[in-house]
Design a protein around this ligand. Structure first.
Ligand SMILES: Cc1cc2nc3c(=O)[nH]c(=O)nc-3n(C[C@H](O)[C@H](O)[C@H](O)COP(=O)(O)OP(=O)(O)OC[C@H]3O[C@@H](n4cnc5c(N)ncnc54)[C@H](O)[C@@H]3O)c2cc1C
Length: 410
């Protein structure tokens, strides 16, 4: 027999207590809207998330949102590493393309587990309006004109005026809602690890496109001038081979391919691996239902937009619901879906095109790649545009003028 739905019926149901689901709950609470956040993970794992190797490059706009939520203030100084410059190398060439933003930083690097931790703390601070539930696996859902209902694996059912899926790029709820999603498997995996190195990074990121793989170094300057996060992108089969190697053999491989840019290397943390799959949902909203975070747009990490987009989307949805109310959310959902699509679609497609260009190994692509870097090097407006996207001041891009960044090449 089916159980009777329970829960405060005016609470928005959010499935997924990742950094985006929790931030949305906080934004809603600050607009006076109650929510119930459900996640399969136990509460203890949500409160103290395990290190997952991801260092998130935050834009100025994301930092401004985190400041408003009080989450930025919760991060310790050693958790915020400035990213002052980014240098892009093509193959073994020593010439590079340099991005910088004058006195300002291009962005700030914060680990994903720290972002999850402060988002969780923010939800606890707002416990009058946020009910957080761990070990809650959503297995079914129903949407109609009156309410949204979810069923949990333990048989319970919960109801609310709106259901929001923040349950990752492989979203179960998106599938249950029958929303098609474009999934783009790059056939590559990314390996991440913290590496201590001999020469200081000077708060500079390095992105090196090599034959068959890409090596990026993200400076963790708030921890040490000689510590970086290595982001190694490899064809999936090579990644599997390297994953099987013990640390010393793997580090030898990295040292050989790092071209001595940072001197001697030492592994300073566990190694992690993720498959590279981008995703874009056909629709971001349906009757009493919305997709946010990676469930809506799952970006390739190369342009560092995934979490930033998730936060912008959460802010947009919370603002629309504040204006229109949650009881009849159709207009708010339409406003959110249109705006989020306009903001993300071109960059999603552009990022995928760049990834294809910079991972293709055929000779025409390699020549084109060199041509693109040469053009960008000698065309200051193009570099300024890219830098502006990286720094991205508060306010929607295009709607407000950006502070003009300084850009020069060496
Ligand atoms: C290597 C790498 C580097 C990255 N670098 C950057 C960067 O520099 N800048 C940037 O902006 N972004 C970056 N990203 C992207 C960023 O990590 C993601 O966009 C972000 O973590 C998405 O957050 P989310 O809350 O949407 O989803 P997730 O973090 O995936 O959280 C989803 C949550 O939903 C829960 N869940 C799933 N299914 C269910 C279910 N059925 N029932 C209940 N709960 C469920 C999960 O337990 C999980 O807690 C990077 C990603 C990777 C892989």
């Amino acid at each position: 027999m089916m159980s009777k739905p329970c829960g405060a019926n005016n609470s928005v149901l959010i499935v997924g207590a990742g950094p985006v689901g929790l931030s949305l709950a906080c934004l809603l609470a600050d607009a006076g809207i109650p929510s119930r956040v459900l996640d399969v993970k136990p509460l203890a794992a949500l409160a103290d998330p395990a290190e997952d190797g991801r260092e998130i490059a935050l834009t100025q706009r994301s930092i401004a949102i985190l400041q408003r939520l009080g989450a930025w203030q919760e991060l310790a100084p050693e958790e915020k590493s400035p990213l002052r410059r980014a240098r892009v190398f093509n193959g073994r060439q020593t010439a590079s393309l340099l991005f910088e933003a004058g006195d300002a930083a291009l962005g700030t690097l914060v680990s994903n587990d720290a972002l999850r931790r402060v988002a969780h703390a923010g939800a606890l601070r707002r416990s009058a309006l946020i009910a957080l539930q761990g070990e809650a696996c959503v297995t079914a859902m129903a949407l109609d004109g009156m309410a949204a209902t979810v069923s949990l694996a333990d048989g319970r059912r919960l109801q609310g005026p709106l259901l929001v899926a923040a349950d990752s790029r492989f979203s179960t709820l998106r599938r249950l809602a029958g929303i098609p999603c474009e999934l783009l498997d790059f056939g590559r995996s990314v390996q991440l690890a913290r590496i201590a190195h001999q020469r200081p990074h000077q708060d500079q990121a390095l992105e090196c496109f090599h034959h068959g793989h890409t090596m990026a170094w993200l400076p963790l300057g708030s921890r040490s001038p000689c510590l970086s996060s290595l982001v190694l992108t490899l064809p999936a089969d090579l990644a599997e081979t390297l994953r099987g190697w013990e640390d010393s053999r793997w580090l030898d491989w990295v040292q050989t391919h790092a071209q001595d840019r940072l001197g001697n290397l030492r592994l300073a943390g566990p190694r992690h691996q993720y498959p590279l799959v981008a995703s874009y949902a056909r629709r971001f909203a349906a009757l009493r239902f919305a997709l946010v975070g990676d469930a809506a747009v799952g970006m390739h990490p190369v342009t560092a937009h995934g979490y930033n987009f998730g936060l912008y989307g959460a802010e947009r949805l919370a603002e629309a619901l504040r204006r229109e109310g949650v009881a009849e959310p159709a207009a708010a959902l339409e406003r959110y879906a249109d705006g989020h699509r306009r903001e993300t679609r071109l960059i999603y497609q552009g990022t995928n095109a760049v990834v294809r260009l910079f991972t293709a190994e055929a000779m025409p692509a390699r020549l084109l790649r060199r041509g693109v870097l040469d053009i960008a090097q000698h065309l200051p407006p193009l570099k300024q545009l890219i830098t502006a996207r990286l720094t991205e001041r508060a306010g929607f891009i295009g709607a407000q003028p950006l502070k003009k960044p300084r850009s020069r090449s060496l």
